[in-house]
Design a protein around this ligand. Structure first.
Ligand code: ZN
Length: 463
């Protein structure tokens, strides 16, 4: 059976021997540490934290100065709670001190990635190959909680790379086949082609279905409305946006399978995921330190707070108390599954409005973060859909980055948006000095003033 072969032979061979990455070792460690007692878990976390802080004090010029200026205590700390004496790191601070954020011994050897961000601020960061491997392992551990193990037949309703060449697309398809998975493009979903997606599911017969929340909800509504027969997966895993209970219920009814919510970010990878008990999202405190704080920066639990992440795996560009831009609520419930990884009872602040067009296209809110992250002239953005025929894209320009820089020019951006939105949509791209926050103090990347079609009202995420 391919799944068995992949999990025990192909994947370890590929990761360890071909790629020379520690993914398999990290996965083994994480499988073990998830069952540690609360005390042992705290000790492991503290040990990793002190190693990271010690490294950052010595090797990261900006953090050395930043922490020194704020009177942060030198490591080793005797308890993780002492980390609250370190200042909060924001996207703006990282951006403004980028070179000084990279560890001296890692210069020139890091990987880098960009993120679109649900808050409308594209962002770039560096990380090490080992951090990449640890993140991959962390993702697989979380997916295993939904019985979505390595090599299991999985269909993704997901965003595909935009503007990729034919060759790249072919190479990726081959790679996905190796992993026993198939991608269907969530950015192409329209009101009139949901049947094609259901057909893809029925043909591929995945054991696991993975997708952004919004497209899965659109498909679920269509299945329920039309009574279409759809293949039953073992589990549905949702990601990238908050999943509310009404959406979960709809997805579970339509696919006749349990839905598992996950929470992650491109900056640090998977942060939390649900186990079979569904008491909340287990937060991986064996891989990161996760805090929630109020507006004044005080630690809170039991009510929504800003999420701060300290990624214990990334020694290339250490993110310590990094404010990720989402809010979440810690609960003090003990999960009956026996894991002592703490729980988020809810993750808030990842709702991105859908963009709709007159010819029936439904673009998930993830589309624009995905698209704009590669355009260096975009410092900040907000997409506002005024009506079915008019979309406004507001951009705060990054100084020093040309609008004509190929391949990521303004003209190319317009072409890609035109392809995705169709000929009928009037797209106005305007350059502004700043993008105002909502009354609640949040910055939203996509806003739609188009009310849902009557039978699809439920798929519009609430603000
Ligand atoms: Zn659990």
């Amino acid at each position: 059976m391919y799944e068995h072969l992949f999990k025990h032979l192909l994947f370890p061979f590929y990761e360890t021997t071909v790629k020379k990455r520690g993914t398999v070792r990290h996965l083994r460690d994480l499988e073990r540490s998830q069952w540690l007692s609360a005390n042992d878990l705290a000790a492991l976390q503290l040990r990793k934290l002190n190693a990271l802080l010690d490294h950052a004090w010595r090797e990261v010029p900006f953090l050395h100065q930043f922490w020194g200026d704020h009177g942060a205590p030198r490591s080793p700390l005797s308890h993780v709670s002492e980390l609250t004496r370190y200042p909060v790191l924001t996207k703006d601070i990282v951006k403004a001190n980028y070179a000084g954020m990279v560890s001296t011994s890692w210069r020139g050897r890091t990987l880098s990635k960009t993120t679109g961000g649900s808050t409308g601020v594209p962002f770039r960061l560096e990380y090490t190959m080992d951090s990449y491997a640890a993140r991959t392992a962390l993702m697989w551990r979380g997916y295993r909680w939904a019985e979505a193990d390595l090599g299991r037949r999985t269909l993704y309703v997901w965003g595909v790379p935009l503007g990729a060449s034919e060759k790249t697309i072919k190479r990726e398809a081959l790679f996905h086949r190796f992993y026993n998975r198939r991608m269907v493009n969530s950015f192409d979903l329209r009101t009139d082609n949901a049947a094609d997606y259901i057909q893809a599911i029925n043909e591929f017969q995945p054991k696991t279905l993975v997708g952004y929340v919004a497209p899965l909800v659109v498909l679920a509504e269509w299945i329920i409305r039309t009574g279409a027969k759809v293949h039953k997966p073992t589990a549905v895993i949702t990601g990238a946006e908050a999943l509310n209970e009404a959406q979960r219920d709809l997805i579970e009814r339509a696919f006749n399978a349990p839905a598992f919510n996950t929470y992650g970010s491109r900056e640090v990878g998977l942060i939390g995921a649900e186990c079979a008990e569904k008491t909340g999202l287990h937060v991986s405190t064996d891989h990161m330190v996760v805090e929630t704080v109020d507006d004044e920066g005080h630690s809170i639990s039991g009510r929504p707070g800003h999420v701060l992440i300290t990624d214990l795996s990334n020694f290339g560009m250490p993110f310590v108390r990094y404010r990720i831009g989402d809010a979440a609520t810690f609960s003090d419930v003990a999960c009956p599954c026996g894991r002592h990884l703490p729980l988020f009872s809810a993750v808030h602040g990842r709702t991105l409005d859908l963009i709709r067009t007159r010819d029936g296209r439904i673009l998930p809110g993830e589309f624009f973060p995905h698209l704009l992250k590669d355009f260096a002239f975009v410092q900040q953005y907000q997409v506002v859909q005024h009506d079915l025929d008019h979309l406004e894209v507001k951009v705060v320009r990054e100084s020093g980055h040309s609008l004509d820089a190929t391949p990521y020019s303004e003209a190319h951006l317009m072409t890609l948006m035109r392809q995705a939105l169709g000929e009928h949509m009037r797209i106005s791209l305007s350059f502004v000095d700043n993008i105002p926050l909502t009354p609640a103090g949040k910055r939203r990347a996509t806003i739609s003033h188009v009310s849902g079609l009557p039978d699809e009202a439920a798929c519009l995420p609430s603000a």
